[in-house]
Design a binder for this molecule. Structure first.
Ligand SMILES: Nc1ncnc2c1ncn2[C@@H]1O[C@H](COP(=O)(O)OP(=O)(O)OP(=O)(O)O)[C@@H](O)[C@H]1O
Length: 302
């Protein structure tokens, strides 16, 4: 049987006094999009750069397509989008992409890819004159032009405008459809929810939860509203059906869980009215990965 796209066991990475990756274990399956989701400084870039062979691990094992990360035979099989740089500043956009394409046996058409990513009018622009978002898109093009089996995308949509973000998401969707394995880092939970088959939530260098977006967020819906802090939720709970839960997190933000339907909605709004409270932003929604992160760590994702 094929080895996983990426297999990381007990990975540790330290910089001087900082432990950036602290015993991280993660498996990215072939043909799937795996999102590594976490706040700034969680250790995402350190982890993927070790997988890409750009940084050395201090401990633990990493296998990429069954091989040690820095092996030259991985180069034609793996596409890498770095968070920044890696392109000579004077190199023109199309020139760079054509140069990269020569390393691969069956590259995609460079002009078509540049058009896909909205870079056609910049084909002759030197890299240093491209905006940050344009540089990101060129870097994404370079990561996929060789039809790799596995692509690492480090915060692929950071700094992109909504249109470019959508183009990037479409491209990732196509890679997934074509059976390419994708490992991407992000701190946007909507990106992880939308693109990934498997999400690993990391915090302080460790995986704190993982699974499909649906298994992490659960199927249940929640009732949420905002009101003045410190409402007596224990009183509300006595009026709600058994099995309901109510909490305030953070202050002034209320979440009611249970059988969310007309009865529960009616009970909550009637109770608020009896307390002289206006429930602002009252809405029913599914838990998000942001909520999951908050519950696990007590902190916001961003
Ligand atoms: N070369 C380095 N030297 C020293 N410390 C570093 C270095 N690279 C990263 N760090 C530190 O390691 C920790 C994890 O950084 P890393 O870049 O891996 O996190 P990240 O999750 O990718 O963050 P971001 O979302 O901000 O890119 C941070 O505390 C960071 O300051």
């Amino acid at each position: 049987m094929d080895s996983p796209a990426v297999e990381i066991v007990d990975l540790v990475k330290r910089y001087n006094g900082t432990t950036a990756v602290d015993g991280l274990t993660l498996r990215a399956e072939r043909g799937a999009v795996t999102a590594v989701l976490g706040p700034n400084g969680a250790g995402k870039t350190s982890t993927v750069e070790i997988c890409e062979g750009f940084r050395e691990a201090d401990a633990g094992t990493v296998r990429v397509l069954g091989l040690a990360p820095a092996l030259p035979e991985l180069r034609p099989r793996v596409g890498v989008m770095l968070q920044a740089g890696g392109v000579p500043p004077a190199m023109r956009c199309a020139e760079w992409l054509r140069l990269v394409s020569r390393f691969y046996a069956r590259p995609l058409d460079a002009d078509a890819l540049l058009a896909r990513l909205g870079l056609t009018e910049h084909v002759r622009t030197p890299y240093r004159r491209l905006s940050g978002g344009q540089q990101q898109r060129l870097s994404l093009a370079a990561a996929v032009i060789g039809r790799p089996e596995l692509v690492f995308l480090d915060e692929p949509t950071a700094g992109l405008d909504p249109q470019a973000r959508l183009a990037c998401w479409e491209l990732v969707g196509e890679l997934r459809g074509a059976g390419v394995s994708v490992v991407l880092t992000t701190h946007h939970m909507d990106e992880a929810e939308r693109l990934a088959n498997h999400v690993a939530i990391i915090d302080r260098g460790r995986v704190v939860a993982e699974g499909s977006p649906a298994s992490l967020t659960g199927a249940e819906r929640q009732l949420r509203f905002r009101a003045r802090p410190g409402l007596a939720l224990e009183e509300l709970l006595t009026a709600l059906p058994a099995g309901s839960a109510a909490k305030e997190s953070p202050a002034g933000h209320y979440i009611i869980e249970g059988l969310v339907g007309p009865e529960l909605l009616g009970t909550v709004t009637a109770w608020c009215a009896s307390e002289g409270v206006t429930a602002d932003d009252l809405r029913i929604e599914r838990r998000t990965l942001e909520d999951v992160f908050l519950e696990l760590t007590g902190r916001e994702l961003r």
